[in-house]
Design a binder for this molecule. Structure first.
Ligand SMILES: Nc1nc2c(ncn2[C@@H]2O[C@H](COP(=O)(O)OP(=O)(O)O)[C@@H](O)[C@H]2O)c(=O)[nH]1
Ligand SMILES: [Mg+2]
Length: 474
């Protein structure tokens, strides 16, 4: 009996000991609740009730922390996907940097706009409806007065930067523009030169145009070296780059810098909102039967082009990095739904060298007068790349327009037959080609050729390429 009693006691003692051990182990484990919940069926999960207070707090914090990390991860993934599939607000660093509040807001908003792609990714409080409108406000604000003029004749001018010795090729270009368009619409012409125009130039040009013609001299400070540029370094660059197209030219650099940062500041342009750039030796192939300035204005377009092309990389080694730094420092200038995809194949990491060929531009001057562009140009100019490399105004304008404007503000004039040596834009639509008496060969159209960027543009703009595009791609 005594032995029997002792054995029962021993069994009870062992049982109690085991139970005590289990309870003590669970409550001393910091992650006890999650440990238990992992191994218990959901219906038996007591993690939210049974865990000690201290554990409950740390669990909630952990979860919150985890949620934040997950949300950030989702934002990045969704942003990457969106950059790959469509063209949302640009922020190359949103992929890497999650500490930049503004970048996160842009990304959060982009994700929120596509709730199907990442429904849980953007907490409501992070969705910056207000910040968002602020992001594009400045540039669009500068454009707004021009669009208020809808239905009325726009304040517009042709603008040609030209040298006296280009009189002949300039007259050729003027004849095309006048005959195909401006004899009917009678917009002003403004001619600019870094030297005084000769009397012969002024007389002959004026005789070729049946509208108001203005001649202006460029102020010295717009066509000379800023004091922060080293003349020696600029000369060394020209020597080093002499085997690249225009690489050895000093005047070409002044010209590119002028077209980038100054033509729109010339006092003669103060009277206008719109410009159409015309260069010597260019041609118009087709009749233009509608008022393109008014069309731009009434359809809220700010930048129009005809030809796209890749830039020579050797002329712009640091342009993209300089631009990227600027965009990172100024997310407020980046337009939502911009055309980043036209200039970058990987969401802004690298420039793909695509640009609008700026010898033809129909645009709104207020785009360049905007705080975003002024600021951007100032940053580029201070970095020295116009002189220490050979930055062209075409990539500069194109990068700015693609980033500061919503893509709907940029227009491809597929209906304007245009030639700047050696390339053509020739309407591929037979109806357009016939109705406008085009004098070009559609087989020479550059749009879809390999060295052009028409394919990139159509994809980035979200426009379907014409069914026959491949026929004209070789
Ligand atoms: N006044 C003036 N105009 C220039 C000078 N260099 C180029 N241009 C003009 O700037 C524009 C672009 O120059 P262009 O030689 O056509 O360059 P490209 O089209 O890049 O081959 C044209 O309208 C030229 O007439 C210059 O030194 N002085
Ligand atoms: Mg030219």
């Amino acid at each position: 009996m005594a032995i029997f009693l002792t054995r029962r006691l021993l069994r009870y003692t062992t049982l109690v000991g085991v139970v005590l051990f289990v309870v003590l182990t669970l409550s001393s484990n910091k992650d006890g609740s999650s440990y238990v919940s992992t191994y218990l069926p959901a219906s038996l999960d007591f993690s939210s009730n049974g865990a000690p207070q201290q554990d409950k707090l740390s669990t909630a914090e952990d979860l919150k922390e985890k949620e934040k990390v997950d949300a950030a991860k989702l934002l990045q993934e969704a942003k990457l996907e969106q950059d790959a599939n469509s063209d949302v607000a640009f922020d190359a660093d949103a992929k890497k940097v999650t500490t930049d509040a503004k970048a996160k807001e842009v990304a959060a908003d982009a994700v929120a706009a596509d709730s199907a792609a990442a429904p849980a990714a953007a907490p409501k409080k992070d969705t910056p409806a207000v910040v968002d409108s602020k992001l594009t406000k400045d540039t669009l604000e500068f454009l707004a007065p021009s669009f208020k003029n809808k239905g009325k004749r726009p304040k517009a001018t042709f603008v040609s930067l030209v040298r006296n010795n280009e009189l002949g090729p300039m007259l050729d270009a003027i004849k095309y523009v006048q005959r195909k368009f401006n004899d009917q619409f009678k917009y002003d012409w403004t001619f600019l030169n870094d030297e005084e125009f000769t009397d012969e130039f002024k007389t002959k040009v004026s005789a070729a145009i049946n509208a108001t013609v203005k001649f202006g001299k460029i102020p010295k400070e717009h066509w000379s070296y800023p004091d922060y540029i080293s003349l020696d370094k600029a000369a060394e660059t020209r020597e080093k780059m002499k085997n690249i197209i225009y690489g050895g030219s000093e005047s070409y650099r002044h010209m590119c810098r002028y077209q980038s940062g100054f033509f729109w500041r010339h006092p003669l342009l103060d009277d206008y909102d719109w410009y159409w750039r015309v260069e010597p030796s260019t041609k118009l192939y087709c009749d233009i039967k509608y008022d393109v300035f008014q069309w731009m204005q009434d359809n809220e377009k700010a930048y129009g082009f005809t030809i796209t092309i890749h830039e020579y990389e050797a002329t712009i080694p640091t342009l993209w990095d300089t631009s990227k730094k600027f965009f990172k420092a100024h997310p407020e200038y980046i337009a939502k739904d911009n055309l980043m995809k036209f200039i970058s194949d990987n969401g802004g990491e690298k420039y793909n060298l695509c640009h609008f060929w700026s010898n033809f531009e129909i645009g709104n001057l207020n785009l360049w007068r905007s705080p975003a562009y002024r600021d951007y140009f100032e940053t580029l100019d201070r970095s020295g790349g116009f002189f220490y490399e050979r930055w062209g105004d075409a990539p500069v304008h194109s990068i700015a327009a693609s980033v500061f404007l919503p893509k709907s503000y940029i227009h491809y004039f597929s209906d304007i037959g245009y030639h700047h040596p050696p390339y053509d834009n020739c309407p591929l639509d037979n109806k357009v080609w016939k109705e406008n008496n085009c004098e070009c060969d559609q087989n020479n159209d550059f749009t879809f050729k390999g060295y052009a960027c028409g394919r990139q543009y159509y994809d980035a703009a979200g426009i379907e390429r014409p069914s026959y595009w491949e026929k004209y791609s070789h």
